[in-house]
Write a protein of this length. Sequence first.
Length: 339
Amino acid sequence: MKTIVLSSLAAALMGAASLAQAATTLTVYTALEADQLKAYQAAFEKKNPDIKIQWVRDSTGIITAKLLAEKNNPKADAVWGLAGSSLGLMASQDMLQPYAPQGLDKIDAKMRDQNNPPSWVGMDGFAAALCVNTIELEKNKLPMPTSWEDLTKPEYAGKIVMPNPASSGTGFLDVSAWLQLFGEDKGWAFMDGLHKNIGAYTHSGSKPCNMAAAGEYTIGVSFDYRGARLKEEGAPLELVFPKEGLGWEIEAAAIMKGTKNLEAAQKLADFSASEEANHLYKTNFAVLAIPSIATANPHLPTDLNQRLIDNNFVWAAENRERIIEEWTKRYDGKSEAKK
């Protein structure tokens, strides 16, 4: 009996070792917030125990630059959580493997690449928002801003923090939206005025809201759901959605052309487009690729979708390099040091 038990145990251990060796390691590039990755990975690997995710994570600008630099020798198998405008640029350079994931028919038409099959499929969307610290506002006897133009008023000098568009997707959606809203000349003129009031440019889209919540700055230019989450946790924030209209961006998933793990990458794309994944996304975002799963947030306006500008993602992708080069030349002197 002892021999049989030992033999069974040995067989089981050998089987486990064999399964571990057989597991596919999928290299996934992402700009998702670090606090989101653990839950997303756990859910995917539970459904696909033969696939293990190896993350390469950084801000949107850095991940975008890394993927473009590796164009002729790709290191990533897939992308899970990168700006739609970045993936649009990669699609135009034939870097993505078109694929129609399971459940594509449930995805909102504006949340995916319009080609069939699509080169990328959206996960969620986020919109620009101002996180205003009400304690600091009152202490400094400042008026509550209601518009983008308000942010250029001299009373806000040194009180504002926003993301750097070269490294943050949130920062780029702001800058590209202002250029679309106001036109090129007036857009840059607006940013010249805003720059005078900026205390620092961060390399994270959520950090300005975090800093406003902590009282380090009075106003953080950030995005909707981060502000709503901090407010729910008790931060002294008022969320402002400037009346001219809101820039917005899609987070999306895609398969890199040339991956040696195509089947595993397709499973990742299937999961990313699934209802299960959308239920995960809704803990962080109000706008989802599958709209029926989204739930109302008491800290966000019920007409948020109507406040979004008619964002030309193709234009933003095609002009990204030019816009970032001009922005960097004008304003990068106030950017925080990169770690």
